[in-house]
Design a protein. Structure first.
Length: 281
């Protein structure tokens, strides 16, 4: 959520309702499978990443990704945007998501949910949610804090196997620090994420609401990309949500090829969702 509306919701958070499902998506009968135990904090995450790989299921070598800040599900129809195609994406990275989520209502789909807690507004626990068709091998939850408001900003780290490949995919779903004049908190949060990135040699996805609304923030992001050999997925036409003329949401990849990408501008959130078809190189 960009700056103006963030201040509005900061003062009115007590009135936020829990989101409900759109009528097109509320279908029962699916199976919800729990993600692995969450490793909280950097030290626990490093230990989890060093353990032997357990691969109960895997992603296909070609898969679809969507990343979207759903604005706490304030529009009850938001889930409809994730069900516009014949089947949901294999990876869904949501920011300002909430728990419990509605994904158990998706018909005929086994989904694995990896939630990292962020800001809590009364009864509404929000954070970042990574939803996958494959069971993650690990799940880490990292926390940063807004310098002004001292409210938490969450990052979820998950890792998946690939079918017919020994490589593993590390996925970072991030909602970056927003409220500060400089970039100290923003930089510190990236430094935390980079400690995870440097421990993974294979394919990478780093995506989410990066709050890159200033040239200094974009410059810092370029440094992260260079250090970890990440490439930005481009969108044509580029309908990503902007503030001060800069896009806020990004998909960065390594050792993956984007075969198609588009932005879905539906008006069900103050951010537009980014959709990317990816293939393992």
């Amino acid at each position: 959520m960009f700056l103006g509306r963030r201040f509005f919701y900061f003062f009115l958070f007590a009135g936020l309702p829990l989101a409900t499902l759109g009528s097109n998506a509320a279908v029962s009968g699916s199976v919800k499978v729990k993600a692995p135990s969450v490793s909280y904090g950097m030290a626990s995450c490093q230990i989890a990443m060093a353990r032997p790989v357990n691969q109960p299921s895997s992603l296909p070598s070609a898969f679809q990704l969507v990343t979207w800040n759903i604005e706490k599900g304030n529009d009850p129809r938001w889930l409809e945007d994730l069900t516009v195609y014949q089947s949901p994406p294999e990876l869904m990275l949501l920011q300002e998501a909430y728990t419990p989520s509605p994904f158990e209502h998706l018909m005929g789909t086994v989904l694995h949910e990896s939630f990292a807690k962020g800001y809590r507004a009364g009864h509404l626990q929000t954070g970042v949610l990574s939803v996958s068709s494959a069971t993650p091998q690990l799940h880490c939850a990292l926390t940063a804090y807004e310098p002004w408001l001292s409210t938490p900003k969450a990052t979820s780290v998950t890792r998946y196997g690939f079918a017919k490949s020994e490589q593993t995919l590390l996925v970072v779903n991030a909602h970056m620090v927003n409220f500060e004049w400089g970039v100290t908190g923003f930089s510190d949060q990236w430094a935390q994420i980079e400690q995870v990135l440097q421990r993974h040699e294979g394919p990478l996805i780093v995506a989410g609401d990066f709050n890159t609304w200033s040239p200094r923030r974009l410059e810092l992001l370029e440094g992260v990309k260079a250090r970890h050999k990440l490439n930005s997925v481009s969108f044509t036409p580029d309908r990503r949500t902007t503030f001060f003329g800069s896009p806020l949401d990004h998909v960065l990849v390594r050792q993956l090829t984007a075969t198609h990408s588009h932005v879905l501008a539906s008006g069900k959130s103050d951010h537009n969702s980014l959709w990317v078809n990816l293939r393992l190189k």
